[in-house]
Design a protein around this ligand. Structure first.
Ligand SMILES: Cc1ncc(COP(=O)(O)O)c(C=O)c1O
Length: 394
């Protein structure tokens, strides 16, 4: 075992007893490389992060330039910093008029926390409604909204006044009332194995929230920045009151945000002041990377091309007898296998054949195909060949 591998197991806190354990020395585009030079096609984009591929030269340049100019100057919100301002202007140009004000944080969970606080503050209400089988992050607030008891019972007591409704169930919308501050949902249920909402459900949900004065929060931490065939998934459905983003936002750098209207966001500014604060939120180097990344997605039309690329995978794999079923939105596919046991066998073959993927938190018999949006047709065909080869070997 290499010294670094030993140190990884001894000194770095582990989240499971079976990490993937790949040793990577460099990454470029859709590929990860081991110290021995073995290439792996990244079918998960570091879990919804590397939408423009690894180490995009324009992002690397933007990071280097900004790091040489200034890094951290002051806690969030005090100084005028060009990368923050420019990013806010560009991002909001892709969003509807009610999403014109951005609060920068460092991660998806933190953005969820900020969004919940904002909804409580704006409405003066305490109840938070969430959906079953949702995943919103790992902080206390976020796990209070996890629709799966297995991952949260050990950390109780959690946030009070939370209420679960069944995803895609129109009858349960009755449970949203004038006591409800907000309804938060991951509109595509990524960690539930890509469960797609019906349009009617989202329309009725939007209507109900407006009717009772509850804010609708869409957690697009995983679905944002072109993954689903539009810049954000909500652009194919209904408009939320608060949008939560992170992951692919930074083009590989850590950053997150919650976005709302100036009117709603203002409630964090007064009575008390400092309603939400962060030291590193909107770090200038992360904002510079985010700015370049967003320009790349829009200039190269990656969000629009995602659908054809996803379809190329789907068409090639949908009738493959080793796969039970496939769900897809844009360039995000969930491929179901016979059982979890088959998944583990397949993962072993994938790694052997030079592919990386992952299952879903709540769906362990399914694997993801969600490579960088920059993947070429030739790379897609290579990945399809390796997926089929691996399936044939189990
Ligand atoms: C939908 C969703 N929300 C929130 C989070 C939490 O983001 P982070 O891990 O950056 O805290 C995740 C992470 O996987 C996610 O998928």
């Amino acid at each position: 075992m290499s010294i670094e591998r030993q140190l990884f197991y001894q000194k770095i806190a582990q989240t499971t007893s079976s990490p993937i354990g790949l040793e990577i020395s460099s990454a470029k585009g859709c590929y990860l490389y081991t110290p021995e030079g073995k290439p792996y096609i990244d079918l998960i984009s570091g879990v919804a992060v590397s939408n423009i591929g690894h180490c995009h030269p324009r992002v690397v340049e933007a990071v280097q330039k900004q790091a040489a100019q200034y890094m951290h100057l002051m806690v969030y919100g005090e100084y005028i910093q060009s990368p923050q301002v420019q990013y806010a202007e560009l991002l909001t140009s892709f969003l509807p008029a009610n999403l014109d004000n951005i609060y920068y944080v460092n991660s998806g969970s933190e953005a969820v926390e900020g969004a919940l606080k904002l909804a409580k503050r704006f409405t003066g209400r305490a109840e938070i409604v969430h959906t079953t089988n949702a995943y919103h992050g790992s902080t206390h607030g976020a796990i209070s909204l996890m629709g799966n008891e297995e991952f949260r019972y050990a950390f109780r007591p959690l946030l009070p006044n939370t209420r679960a409704i069944r995803f895609n169930n129109i009858d349960d919308l009755e449970l949203i009332t004038e006591q409800t501050a907000c309804v938060i949902l991951d509109p595509l249920q990524s960690e539930n194995g890509l469960v797609l909402p019906t349009n009617e459900y989202l329309l009725q949900l939007r209507k109900k929230c407006t009717q009772v004065g509850a804010l609708l929060i869409f957690d697009e931490v995983q679905t944002g920045f072109g993954r689903t065939g539009s810049m954000f998934y909500f652009q194919q459905t209904v408009v939320p009151d608060i949008l939560v983003i992170a992951k692919a936002m930074g083009g590989g750098m850590p950053i997150g945000a919650f976005v709302s209207s100036k009117e709603i966001m203002n409630t964090l500014t007064f009575n008390p002041i400092l309603g939400h604060i962060t030291t590193f939120g909107g770090h200038p180097v992360s904002c510079a990377a985010a700015l370049e990344s967003l320009k790349i997605i829009s200039e190269e039309n990656l969000h629009v091309l995602a659908n054809d690329k996803g379809k190329r995978f789907e068409d090639a794999l949908k009738d493959y007898d080793k796969l039970k079923s496939i769900r897809r939105q844009g360039l995000f596919l969930a491929c179901d296998l016979e059982s979890e046991e088959v998944y583990w066998k397949l993962l072993d073959r994938f790694l052997h054949n030079g592919l990386v993927t992952d299952s879903f938190l709540y769906k362990l018999n399914s694997f993801r195909i969600a490579p960088p949006l920059t993947i070429t047709d030739q790379e897609i065909d290579e990945a399809i060949y390796l997926v089929k080869k691996s399936l044939d070997e189990i």
